[in-house]
Ligand binder design. Structure first.
Ligand code: PSU
Ligand code: MN
Length: 306
């Protein structure tokens, strides 16, 4: 094993025994939600993965190493560290490792770590994508490039319409990333089940998804698969209300001239404020749902004959 990578014993044992493991990211804990709900959610997600019979592996960077599988002390440091915790994407990993910084991993960096550890399934809330106005700002998340190159299946609830969803789907198509709808033909828009845009293929159960992963990687088609799992009906928010809130959040970020990697966390915090916490409630519900589905797909994938 890589000496930059530390696997929690439980994770290492599960992987050695070919038992299902689900990777979880830490940027959503440190920069996507406020304390203390972020810490409760981090614990909750691990519990949801366990309830489905898989082992959770939350990923972060600490003391010059990538840690795959965190104890409660580590989760607490990430949840309470606020802005002192780095937000790490692919470009930031080397510096964080070299300096020993405490860092939360984005979808891109979590995919890299999961792949190094040999974990095929990763659950998150929403991926980064092409931002609205990218034609002038060039703001396209490194998550999309990572999906194109790193062989991990990412389970998400689609992407928020703080992003330009049609452009995000175009980039995924260009880069050869299958976008699978879990029980749906439509790409979900995070807080709402519908976006009006289609996924590339529909899968109705975990076995079907596992079969796609196996076929892709058997062929040597390296790169990720995006499994889009709509928010549960009971937790869905009104699309028009959210569109207004997102408009206000974007205007707020614009007026403060927020740029680069600060854009997404700023928008998420503004949405939490503007919706009086309702966006946070929905966010927690959909990630938990994604953690469950990822665990089921991980079980189906590890049960496939080699
Ligand atoms: N979208 C969300 N919640 C999040 C993120 C995105 O709804 O917490 C986080 C994820 O970690 C994602 C990152 O990988 O933001 C994308 O950041 P950027 O847009 O700077 O690439
Ligand atoms: Mn960006």
């Amino acid at each position: 094993m890589h000496d930059r990578l530390i696997l929690a014993p439980e994770v290492a044992e599960a992987l050695a025994g070919k038992r299902p493991v689900v990777a979880l990211e830490s940027t959503v804990i440190s920069h996507g939600m406020s304390y203390p709900r972020n810490l409760e959610t981090a614990r909750d997600l691990e519990a949801a993965v366990r309830e489905e019979g898989a082992v959770p592996a939350t990923i972060a960077v600490m003391d010059g190493r990538i840690r795959v599988g965190l104890d409660d002390v580590a989760l607490e440091r990430l949840a309470t560290g606020g802005k002192s915790v780095w937000k790490l994407s692919r470009r930031d990993l080397p510096v964080a490792l070299a300096t020993g910084a405490l860092g939360a991993t984005t979808v891109a960096a979590t995919m890299i770590a999961a792949r190094l550890a040999g974990i095929a399934l990763f659950a998150t809330g929403g991926i980064g994508g092409v931002h609205r106005g990218a034609e002038t700002s060039f703001d396209v998340s490194a998550d999309l490039d990572e999906l194109a190159r790193t062989s991990v299946c990412v389970v998400c609830a689609g992407a928020k319409s703080i992003l330009d969803l049609p452009k995000t789907l175009e980039v995924l198509e260009t880069r050869g990333v299958p976008v699978l709808g879990f029980g749906t033909e439509e790409f979900p828009a995070f807080y709402s089940r519908r976006s009006g845009m289609r996924v590339s293929h529909r899968c109705d159960n975990a076995n079907e998804v596992a079969g796609v992963l196996r076929a892709k990687w058997d062929l040597g088609l390296d790169g990720g698969v995006l499994l889009a799992n709509p928010i549960p009906v009971a937790d869905e928010l009104d699309a028009d209300v959210m569109e207004q809130a997102i408009g206000a959040a974007l205007a707020d970020a614009d007026s403060k001239e927020i740029k680069g990697k600060d854009v997404t966390p700023h928008l998420l915090a503004a949405l939490e404020r503007i919706t009086g916490g309702r966006s946070l409630q929905a966010n927690i519900a959909l990630i938990r749902n994604n953690a469950r589905v990822a665990a089921r797909v991980a079980a189906a994938y590890s049960a496939l004959p080699v």
